[in-house]
Design a protein around this ligand. Sequence first.
Ligand code: C2E
Ligand code: MG
Ligand code: MG
Ligand code: MG
Length: 281
Amino acid sequence: QADMALFKAKEAGRDTLRFFDPAMQAQLQQRARLEADLRQALPRGEFRLHYQPQVGGDGRMTGVEALLRWAHPAHGMVSPGDFIPLAEENRLIVPIGGWVLETACRQLAAWAADPATAELTISVNVSPVQFREAGFAEQVLATLARTGAPPTRLKLEVTESLFVDDRDEARKTMLCLKEHGVTFSLDDFGTGYSSLSYLKRLPLDQLKIDQSFVRDLLEDEASAAIVASTIALSESLQLEVIAEGVETEAQRAWLMAQGCQAFQGYFFGRPGPVESLPLQA
Ligand code: C2E
Ligand code: MG
Ligand code: MG
Ligand code: MG
């Protein structure tokens, strides 16, 4: 595919001579290789789900976020930031997201069978591309039914970008799933460009304060103000609020004092395979 693109660029003439910049050519080839590998990743069983604890005010784990990992045969563990944008472009995120959902639901069903873990929730990130696919709600419900996972333990993490153009469609999909007990969290809150008015209309359950604000909370007054306002806003809208990217005890204490009741971050635990979770066996 890369060769084809180069050939076409050559044919197109002078204006595209920049394609023959060796650095750019290398980049193009690397991308084509990544895309070819990504197409094989699902059939070859190279994806893994890692889980990161989410804790309440008392420090007890209430649930986890499922984070996708790609065990690439040559490059080792590849981070989602390095392949999800590409998977969204070529729509591979649809089958990949289906696998994530299935795997998380199977874990939920296993936990539901044991009273010690039955209350734990799993938050699953859903790409707007996947969410907007026709039949997405039905697919989620079918996965829940097939695996026997309790719908009330599944939380779907969506981002503001989902509500930019097709808010009504997204709302319908959310309402359908909520009827069955599935909950919704708004991930990376405050980093999008959408207006706050959608918060009134969408059936959200939780706001997730973006880690960029949490990171410099104690050094930057603007970040602190944004976090404090988000906590207050959640309270008045009766939404749960969770802070992500909490790395220190000082950040946790500050957030607690502001009224935040749920936390996630390296301070409480890094993402890892299910065996790494602090579950009382
Ligand atoms: P996100 O959903 O906002 O996930 C939080 C990211 O922050 C994760 O990165 C997590 O490992 C990292 N993180 C957690 N605690 C800390 C901390 O204390 N400090 C710092 N510096 N980072 C922390 P990760 O796993 O690389 O995932 C990156 C993004 O990729 C996610 O951001 C999410 O948007 C996306 N993603 C991950 N899994 C999936 C998936 O299954 N489907 C889709 N569509 N997107 C996914
Ligand atoms: Mg997330
Ligand atoms: Mg986030
Ligand atoms: Mg993020």
